[in-house]
Every structure is written in structure tokens, then in C-alpha cells.
Write a protein of this length. Structure first.
Length: 612
């Protein structure tokens, strides 16, 4: 308000508007003065009255009252004089306010300190009370905990199956009631345990009374007693039926516990061994032949340890004839739902007669094998002698034929020279046939050791041997990378040589020969059924394909027979043993050979050798 009046005195503008805007502030000022006079403490009111009696405050207060009462501008004061008088009044008023504020702060501080002291005393009292309360609570809890631990131990023992629990607690509170309930439960459990034990031992007449209509445990034990009684009767009947069936069987039937200890032997055992019933725990070792004892025991202990089937042939002493007889012993483990062995079930079957027949058969086979070996040796020796004795006259025929032609060839007529040529040609052919028969007969006595070879290397060697014939035929033998073979090298060389030599021999006149050799892996089921190969076995199939004269497909299988020829002898030389020898070599290796072709369209020879 004083600031607004200062502006009026200084500027002398907007008098009425400024007074109207300051009226509210002036009214608030008067309201504060009245409120101080009504509510202030005497000491504060005294200081306020002294302030209001100061000259500056009287001048300011009177000038404001006069101005707002007349609502007109009064020029009693200049703006300078008014600034001085109002400033002194405001300064005195601020001093009073500061003094009052300091007094208020001092009072507040006093009350704050008093309150803090009261809080501290209350806090100490509260802490002491809490400590005392917690001590009392801990003491009570310790007592309750000790009692509960006793009850807990008793309950755990009952839960673990123990009975006749010692529990001393006779208070009338909740813990005492709980202890009494535990003792009642223990007493009832002890009675139920005794009843269940008697039932488990087969006493199905044990009395058992229900504690209430909700006594599920007693009801379950009663039902268990009735079911167990039924099951026991059924088991006893099944056991008797099993014993009767086992005793009726012509075999020895036995059972053993999981550790291998014999616990049952049927009547056949006692009939054969003459053993007594009380010796069942001795098992079957004491009646075994001494030579079979160690092997049988080791095999049986291993079977029990590994829980696997057991099978062996051994000899028992048969008291009926006082001789050892052969038996086939077998046993299998019987397992529960978890796979654990709970029983061993076994049989012993008399195979003595069969064993004797096998020995007779083995002796017969051994005798005939020796005779066959002697026969083969005699045959091989005869083949050597026969070939030598037959070749000698032929050499003489050829020698004298050559001498006759050299000395008297010019003197002989043309027909005589033709006859001499025919004699020499026939003797040469006869010599080759004898050589082929010798090779064919002694092939089984050739090398016996199998070796891994590279077929390409063998073919390289054969190409060198047939070089002159290949030049004559303008021939090409084409082959790439071929799989390794485990074979008898000398026989495979003879096989490949014969096939390539045949392809060169039976070629078309004035047509360059081309022989392609390829290989692939096949399974026996993919080959011809008439080859009689093992089912599902893997083979390496080598194909020798040529562009020669071919053959009639009707002779595809016959051409591998001994002395079989498909072409006239005067056109193509040979003994008729080459393909027969090839067949025998392949069969010696466990394989097969067959051919495909048509007349004038070439031929393909397929050699199947086992994949090793």
C-alpha cells in the first residue's frame, strides 16, 4: 500500500484507480491489526501498541485512514517525505516481526527439545518392555519347542514304523492333548502291527477290530488278510500243479534263487541221480563228470553274474546204468516288472543217444574225408602220369611227322602232304587237350592263400602276354579304375587270360577288336536266381564286353561245360576247356560266372567275386 501511494505522489496519475486497487490490501491490514489485538499474548500486544504509538506509524496510519475515508488525493506529503515516513514505519514493523519470529522459534525449540526428551524416555521404556516381552516369549517358546520336539520324535518313529513309543507329557493344554493322541496312535499301530505280522506269517485267524467306521487302515488290513488268504491258497494249488507237471515231464526240471542256489528239483532228477531230497542245497555239481565240472561251474557263475541265459552240454552219472550220460542243460532268468532277476528256471534234456549218433557220424565223415583225400591224391597222381604218358607218343608223332615233311615233303604227293598236316594239327590239339585236363584236375591243389590284388595290374600283365595277338587283331582292351579283390592271384590271372583270349579269338574278320572291362557292386538277389548265390551277400561284378561274333543265347549256360564247343573246330581252335576252367576258378572263390549275347552282336561275360 505504501508503495502504491509513493507512485501516486510521484506520478500524480490514475489516483482513483490506484486507490481502488489498493483498498483490498488496506482492508487486510486493518483485519490483521484487529486479530492481533484480540489473539496476541500480552507481551506481544504491548510491543505492538508501542509500535503503533511511534510517530512514523501514527503519521502513516492517519494518512492512510484519511485518504481511504475521503477517497481523494491528499498532497500533505511529497513523494520524498512519504518515502521517508513510510520507510521508518515499515522498518519498525519488520523489527517487531523479527522479534516475534525469534520468540516463536525459541518457543518451538523449547517444545521440540521437551518432546525429544519425552520420546527418548518413551523409547527406553519401550525397548525395556520389548526385551522383557521377548524374553518371556522365548522362554515360553523354548518350553513349547521342547515338548513339540519330543512329540515330533515320537511321530517320526511312528511314521518310520516303530511302536511302543515312550512319551511323557501329562499337561492339560493343547500340547498335552497332542501327546495323548500320539500315544493312542502308537498303541493302535502296535496292535495293527502285531495283527499284520501274524497275518504275514500265515495266521489268517488273527482277530482285528475296527476302531471306527472311518478306520481305513484296519479295513485295508482286513481286506489284505482275505486277499492274502485267497492268494496263498491259489499259490499253494499252483505250486502243487507245477510240481505234478514237472514230475510228469521226461526232462529234469529245476529252479534256483537269484544267487544261483538250487531250491527245487523234480522227480526225474532223483530217478536219474539217485540223490536224496535233503541234499537239494548241494545242487548238481556232485553228479557231473569230472571233465565237465570246471567248465560247467564257470559258465553257470558267469550266467548268474551277467543275468544271461545259460546253455551247455555235460554228463551226469545215471545210477540206473551206473554210466555217464550226455544232457543238454538250459536255464533262463525270470525277471520282475523292474527287470530284476527273481528266479532261475532250467531244464536238463537227455541227448546221449543223439550225441552218440553225432560221434558215429563225425567218425564216418572223417573216414570218408580221408578216403576222398586219398582218392583225390590218386586222381592227381594219375592225371600227372597219364598226361606224361599220353604226351610222349604225341611228341613222337609230331617229331616224326616233322621229319617226314622235311625229308620227303617234296617227294610226297599233295594229298600225302595234306594228310601229314592233319596228323600234326590233331596231335597238337590232343596235346593242348591233355594240358587243359591236367590244369582242370589239379586246380583244387593250387595256391590256397588269398591275397588283395589290383585287377588293373593283372590286366596290364595279360596285355603284354597277348601283345602279338592284339596287334594282329588291331585290338583295344579298355578298362579304368577297378576295385581291389581278395583272391588267389594265379587263378585270377588264368581266369582273366582265358576271357580276354576268347574275346580276341572269337572276333569278326577285318573288324578291330574292342574289349571293355567295367566293375560294379551288386547284391546276390540282383543276380540270376540260377547262379545259386548266398542270399543278400555283396559281390563285385566284372563285365568283359566285346564286339565279336557273339553266340546263340540258348547256349548261355551250356558253354561252361567241359569239352563244349559252339563253333567249328576248323574255324576256331581250342580244347573246349577254357570256359569250364573259368567257371571252376570262380566257384573256387565262392562266386559265379554267366554270359549274355546274341549271334553277330558281341558277347558279355559277367564274373561275380565276393566283396571282401
Amino acid at each position: 500500500t505504501t508503495e502504491n501511494f509513493y507512485n501516486l505522489l510521484y506520478r500524480k496519475l490514475y489516483v482513483i484507480r490506484t486507490q481502488a486497487g489498493t483498498q483490498g490490501t488496506y482492508n487486510v491490514y486493518n483485519t490483521y491489526k484487529e486479530e492481533i489485538r484480540e489473539k496476541a499474548a500480552p507481551s506481544i500486544l504491548k510491543a505492538f501498541d508501542q509500535l503503533m504509538a511511534s510517530p512514523s506509524m501514527i503519521a502513516v496510519d492517519n494518512y492512510l485512514a484519511q485518504t481511504f475515508s475521503k477517497y481523494s488525493f491528499d498532497s500533505t506529503y511529497s513523494y520524498v517525505t512519504w518515502h521517508k515516513i513510510s520507510g521508518e514505519a515499515l522498518s519498525d514493523l519488520r523489527s517487531l516481526q523479527m522479534n516475534l519470529l525469534q520468540k516463536v522459534e525459541s518457543s518451538v525449540q523449547y517444545y521440540y527439545e521437551e518432546e525429544q526428551l519425552a520420546k527418548s524416555r518413551t523409547l527406553v521404556f519401550l525397548v525395556l518392555s520389548i526385551i522383557l516381552l521377548f524374553s518371556l516369549v522365548f522362554f515360553i517358546l523354548a518350553l513349547i519347542n521342547r515338548s513339540l520336539k519330543q512329540i515330533q520324535k515320537a511321530a517320526l518313529k511312528i511314521a518310520g514304523g516303530a511302536t511302543d513309543i515312550k512319551l511323557h507329557h501329562n499337561s492339560n493344554d493343547a500340547i498335552g492333548s497332542l501327546a495323548t493322541s500320539i500315544r493312542k496312535i502308537d498303541d493302535q499301530n502296535r496292535r495293527l502291527t502285531l495283527a499284520a505280522g501274524n497275518i504275514g506269517r500265515g495266521d489268517f485267524n488273527t482277530p482285528l477290530h475296527l476302531r471306527s467306521n472311518e478306520d481305513l487302515l484296519s479295513n485295508a488290513i482286513l481286506q489284505m488278510r482275505d486277499n492274502l488268504k485267497t492268494f496263498t491258497n491259489d499259490l499253494q494249488m499252483s505250486r502243487e500243479e507245477f510240481r505234478k507237471l514237472a514230475d510228469f515231464m521226461p526232462q529234469i526240471v529245476w529252479t534256483a534263487m537269484p544267487d544261483g542256489t538250487t531250491d527245487y528239483l523234480n522227480a526225474k532228477w532223483y530217478e536219474i541221480t539217485g540223490d536224496r531230497t535233503e541234499n537239494i542245497t548241494n545242487g548238481w555239481m556232485h553228479v557231473l563228470h569230472p571233465d565237465d565240472l570246471g567248465k560247467s561251474l564257470n559258465l553257470w557263475l558267469k550266467a548268474v553274474e551277467q543275468e544271461k541265459d545259460y546253455e551247455i552240454e555235460y554228463r551226469f552219472l545215471d545210477v540206473r546204468s551206473n554210466t555217464y550220460r550226455w544232457f543238454l542243460g538250459r536255464s533262463v532268468p525270470v525277471r520282475d516288472a523292474e527287470g530284476n532277476v527273481v528266479k532261475w528256471f532250467g531244464t536238463c534234456t537227455d541227448i546221449h543217444d543223439q550225441k552218440m549218433q553225432e560221434e558215429i557220424l563225425e567218425n564216418t565223415i572223417a573216414t570218408r574225408t580221408r578216403e576222398l583225400q586219398r582218392s583225390n591224391e590218386d586222381l592227381q597222381q594219375f592225371a600227372h602220369v597219364a598226361s606224361h604218358d599220353l604226351k610222349e607218343p604225341l611228341r613222337k608223332i609230331r617229331t616224326f611227322g616233322d621229319m617226314l615233311q622235311m625229308e620227303f615233303g617234296n617227294l610226297l604227293p599233295e594229298r600225302a602232304r595234306v594228310y601229314i598236316s592233319k596228323i600234326q594239327f590233331s596231335s597238337e590239339r590232343m596235346s593242348n587237350m591233355i594240358e587243359g585236363v591236367l590244369k582242370y584236375s589239379v586246380m583244387n591243389a593250387s595256391e590256397k592263400d588269398l591275397e588283395i590284388i589290383q585287377p588293373a595290374l593283372v590286366l596290364d600283365g595279360i596285355k603284354n602276354d597277348l601283345e602279338l595277338l592284339m596287334i594282329q587283331k588291331d585290338a583295344k582292351i579298355i578298362y579304368g579304375r577297378l576295385p581291389k579283390l581278395k583272391v588267389i592271384p594265379a587263378l585270377i590271372y588264368q581266369l582273366f587270360y582265358n576271357l580276354l583270349n576268347n574275346a580276341l579269338k572269337f572276333s569278326k574278320p577285318d573288324v578291330p577288336v574292342e574289349i571293355n572291362i567295367t566293375a560294379k557292386e551288386v547284391v546276390s538277389t540282383a543276380a540270376h536266381a540260377w547262379l545259386d548265390l548266398p542270399e543278400g551277400k555283396a559281390f563285385i561284378c566284372l563285365e568283359f564286353a566285346d564286339n565279336g561274333i557273339g553266340f546263340n543265347p540258348d547256349y548261355a549256360q551250356k558253354m561252361f561245360n567241359v569239352f563244349t564247343r559252339l563253333n567249328p573246330m576248323h574255324q576256331y581252335e581250342g580244347t573246349g576247356l577254357g570256359l569250364a576252367l573259368c567257371k571252376k576258378i570262380v566257384q573256387r572263390h565262392g562266386g559265379a560266372i554267366y554270359a549274355e549275347g546274341n549271334e553277330g552282336a558281341g558277347a558279355s561275360f559277367f564274373v561275380l567275386l565276393p566283396k571282401e
